[in-house]
Each structure stands twice: as C-alpha cells, then as structure tokens.
Design a protein around this ligand. Structure first.
Ligand code: DX5
Ligand code: ZN
Length: 234
C-alpha cells in the first residue's frame, strides 16, 4: 500500500490498537497473525533489536520476509539498531511499510527520514524515556509520525513510565492536531486511557494483548478505552 494511503487509513481509524509481535508465540507465528487479522488488527508492529543499540536481540530480515508473505497488513518496523541508515533499503525490500528510527541512534535523523520517504515508506521518529522530548521537535515536519517510548527500548513486559503522558501532551500541543502520535511500551487497561487523553492516536501493545485468549475482544476493549478518553481536553 502507498505510504499516503497507510497514513490516511491510520488517521481515519484512530485510535488504533497495534499488536507488537514480540509477545506472540513465534513457533506459531502464522496462526498468531491469522488470529490478529480475524480479530480486526489493522497493522502489525515489529521490534528489531540488534544487541548493540539495545541490550537484546529479537529477529531480522528472514522473519520480516516470512511475515510479509503471510499478511497484507501494513508492517510497522521499529528499528532499535545502531546505524539504521545502513539498512533502510533492506528493510523496505523485506516488506516494511513503516520504518521508525531512534533519534539517539543517529547524528541527524533528517536525511534518513527523507530516505524512508523516497523508498516509499512511512517515516517514524522515536525517542527513549531519558532523551529530552525537544530532541525530536526539529524533525516533526520530516516524519510522518512520532513514537513515544513509554519504556526503555529493548524488552517487552516492562512497566509503563508515566512521563510518557507529559511527552504526548507536549507533542500534541506543539505538533498540532495533524501530528500522528504513537506510544509503545507497558500499555494495558490502566494506561491506554491516560495515553488517549494525552493525545495518542496509536497504541502498541504486546504483553497485555497476547495475555488474552480472545485477541478480538482484547483489541476492542483496549480501543473502547482509548475512544472513551479521546475527547477529554487536557
Ligand atoms: C520494547 C518494544 C515494544 C514492546 C512492547 O522495546 O519496542 O514494542 O514489544 O511490549 P509491551 O506491551 O510488552 O510493553
Ligand atoms: Zn516497539
């Protein structure tokens, strides 16, 4: 799907609950994806960790390619890797529709965000909790969305860090209503409403979603929580 169409669909569908496959059963990945599709998932979040930028290793190109062959859903690839610029084309070829880079991983994100766009992808920029939110502000016009990390990148199942709320609120204020805002880490029925209230459009959920047997129900419940809090002005 073209980048503009993906963005338009996400905007129209917001709030969007975005499953993070990191918490899926990798021995049954195809079945997991089918269950997510049947449950109404509109996008899949893929966490790529290199053991260098973050102290954990997840999966790489062959797995992304296998997922690409399995589904037509947009693949949102979150790069937790050093030197992401070396691999952007390769990730696009493997099937990434959306590529998010960490502001901490590069000297200047602007050329890389531009390259993701030239490659026909949706460009995301993200930052870890200790990084000042001002680090992404100069690039709001260069990316299609900003991802607020509400845990330190590297592991699923961590506890939500409340400072993400202030960051979402701040970026919603400075970026205006058109800025697409995503949040990732520690999201569950306690924290999704807070993030929605603070301005998030997309909610990446791993542990809390896959802990359920009924993915449809869990995604619907999470989305209802987000919707219920969406219009509260803060
Ligand atoms: C953390 C990843 C997240 C992770 C979220 O480094 O970026 O996408 O999968 O998982 P939970 O919901 O378990 O915090
Ligand atoms: Zn992620």
């Amino acid at each position: 799907m073209a980048a503009e169409d993906i963005i338009a669909e996400l905007r129209a569908a917001a709030p969007v609950i975005e499953p993070s496959l990191l918490a899926a059963d990798f021995a049954r990945l195809e079945q997991e994806i089918r269950r997510l599709e049947a449950g109404g998932a509109q996008i899949l979040h893929l966490d790529i960790m290199d053991g260098h930028f973050v102290p954990n290793i997840s999966f790489g190109f062959p797995v992304i390619e296998a997922i690409r062959r399995t589904t037509r859903l947009p693949l949102d690839v979150h790069l937790m890797i050093s030197e992401p610029g070396r691999y952007l084309e390769r990730f696009r070829e493997a099937g990434a529709d959306m590529i998010t880079i960490h502001v901490e991983a590069v000297d200047d994100p602007r050329p890389l965000l531009g390259e993701i766009g030239r490659l026909g992808g949706v460009a995301g920029l993200t930052l870890n909790p200790p990084t000042p939110v001002e680090a992404v502000e100069p690039y709001l016009d260069d990316c299609d969305f900003v991802l607020i990390m509400s845990v330190a990148a590297g592991f699923g199942g961590q506890e939500f860090e409340m400072q993400a709320i202030d960051r979402l609120r701040h970026l919603r204020r400075v970026g205006g209503n058109d800025l697409l805002l995503s949040v990732d880490g520690g999201l569950n029925d306690q924290t999704i409403g807070l993030c929605a209230e603070a301005g998030a459009d997309m909610f990446v959920t791993g542990t809390a979603l896959f802990a359920n047997h009924d993915y449809r129900r869990a995604m619907e419940d999470f989305r209802s929580l987000a919707l219920a809090h969406k219009n509260i002005q803060v």
